[in-house]
Design a binder for this molecule. Structure first.
Ligand SMILES: [Zn+2]
Length: 128
């Protein structure tokens, strides 16, 4: 039996580095490694992801409906500036971490009650 330690192979890292800065790639693997990607699942089967950053927890949305401006969204400042505004990055480290965690099933699972999720979202969007 192998352990669940995250050891990305060199090819994966090279591929990611071709489209993203090395710092973003390494930071994303670090986030996954620390178990900082949380997958919330509600009682009715809805899921959403949250990434614990050093300063805040960021709700991260991947696989959004086609037809929206972007299929991914993160609430961190880097996403707003580097992805949405300047377009220099394809995604931020939180989104990359979430995608890696989802792929490798290395997220932490938590269930949420409807009230908690609603409050969380309302709080998030009223903080701006
Ligand atoms: Zn982010």
């Amino acid at each position: 039996m192998s352990t669940n330690l995250l050891v990305p192979d060199a090819q994966t890292i090279l591929k990611l580095q071709a489209i993203l800065p090395e710092t973003v790639v390494l930071a994303a693997f670090d986030i996954v490694d620390r178990g900082n990607v949380i997958k919330y699942t509600t009682s009715w089967g809805h899921t959403h992801y949250e990434v614990l950053g050093s300063l805040a927890a960021y709700p991260v949305f991947i696989d959004l409906q086609a037809g929206t401006a972007t299929t991914m969204y993160c609430s961190c400042p880097a996403f707003t500036y580097a992805v949405l505004t300047s377009g220099t990055h394809l995604m931020c480290k939180h989104i990359l971490a979430t995608r890696i965690a989802k792929q490798l099933q290395l997220y932490v699972q938590r269930g949420v009650e409807e009230d908690f999720l609603t409050n969380n979202i309302v709080q998030h969007y009223t903080n701006h």
